[in-house]
Design a protein around this ligand. Structure first.
Ligand SMILES: C[C@@]1(CC(=O)O)c2cc3[nH]c(cc4nc(cc5[nH]c(cc(n2)[C@H]1CCC(=O)O)[C@@](C)(CC(=O)O)[C@@H]5CCC(=O)O)C(CC(=O)O)=C4CCC(=O)O)c(CCC(=O)O)c3CC(=O)O
Ligand SMILES: NC(=O)C1=CN([C@@H]2O[C@H](COP(=O)(O)OP(=O)(O)OC[C@H]3O[C@@H](n4cnc5c(N)ncnc54)[C@H](O)[C@@H]3O)[C@@H](O)[C@H]2O)C=CC1
Length: 248
């Protein structure tokens, strides 16, 4: 019992880091992942989805990565070698992922990448990483990223699943509509304060419920835009809920 207690007491709290979340434009950006296992695969898939060019360095790869390299647009490049210092791919990378199951290799990748001025993440060492990857829910243009700052990745995944239940597919249509209305209002209302008041009024409209009801379509969106263009004032927009309700 005493031994157990000592063991628990000896576990050091990792020093607190405060991360800065951001959204990176990865289109066409070179990313190097060292490793070819399930973690490398998960990171590669997310990067490819964001339009990055992905190179993986590993003596072996998961069946899914092998498959992905043969098919589809923008296949990942697989380099079938063990990592060794001085590989040119690292120097050309925008981001580097050290994702092998060998701590010494991951550390060597980190040191080299850092010496080249690269941002690097280490799959088994949050403290030694320049960035970490959150769990992500996407609904069209709505992106919800969840992080526990490395405290419990499993919890990040769990919270993501909860958010998936809370935020349904209606957000895809909703954000497309809001984007259109925003561009429209920006093109017809010159005064910043008035524009902001209009945007707030639009957010207060019961558009989500309308979309969820299944009665909203392209024609309805057009009609809404026309009504806003006809009376682009806060008061005018606040009256639109009545019109929406009457459509029911
Ligand atoms: C620090 C970080 C670095 C990074 O990879 O960026 C990191 C580190 C580690 N993860 C480990 C384990 C697991 N990781 C997951 C899952 C995910 N891990 C992700 C991110 C991160 N993981 C970063 C912090 C994120 C944050 O906290 O905010 C997610 C969110 C994003 C993604 O990878 O895309 C993705 C969910 C994606 C989704 O579902 O959408 C699961 C769950 C599962 O697989 O079912 C497990 C097993 C359960 C568990 O251990 O909790 C271990 C090994 C521990 C060990 O063995 O001892 C380490 C190493 C360590 O802790 O040092
Ligand atoms: N960050 C995260 O999200 C998670 C991290 N982990 C940690 O990440 C590590 C990797 O996990 P998995 O992908 O599940 O392991 P895995 O065993 O599936 O894959 C390890 C990969 O590393 C490659 N590799 C080994 N030596 C190499 C070398 N010298 N050069 C290049 N590649 C080499 C292997 O070929 C293999 O493809 C584990 O050590 C684990 O602690 C585990 C789960 C989640």
């Amino acid at each position: 019992m005493v031994i157990t207690e000592r063991r628990v007491d000896a576990v050091k709290q990792p020093e607190g880091k405060r991360y800065y979340p951001l959204m990176l434009d990865m289109k066409g950006k070179n990313c190097v992942i060292v490793g070819g296992g399930t973690v490398a695969q998960r990171k590669a898939e997310a990067l490819l989805e964001a339009g990055a060019e992905v190179t993986l360095i590993s003596p072996s790869f998961t069946a899914q990565l092998e498959q992905r390299a043969l098919s589809g647009e923008m296949p990942p490049r697989l380099i079938r070698e063990r990592y060794r210092p001085g590989m040119p791919e690292l120097g050309e990378a925008f981001l580097v992922f050290a994702a092998t199951d060998v701590t010494e290799i991951n550390s060597a990748v980190r040191l080299e990448a850092e010496s080249l001025g690269k941002l690097v993440t280490v799959a088994n060492d949050a403290a030694g990483s320049g960035f970490i990857v959150p769990a992500v829910v996407r609904r069209g243009k709505l992106v919800i990223a969840v992080s526990t700052e490395g405290a419990s990745p499993g919890t990040a995944r769990k919270v993501k699943r909860e958010l998936e239940q809370m935020f349904g597919d209606e957000y895809e249509t909703y954000l497309e509509l809001l984007q259109q209305l925003r561009v429209l209002v920006q093109s017809i209302v010159g005064d910043t304060a008035e524009r902001q008041a209009i945007f707030r009024a639009i957010l207060d409209l019961e558009l989500l419920a309308w979309i969820r009801s299944g009665r909203f379509d392209e024609q309805a969106g057009r009609e809404l835009a026309l009504r806003i263009a006809a009376d682009p004032t806060e008061a005018g927009i606040r009256q639109l809920d009545e019109w929406i309700r009457r459509l029911d």
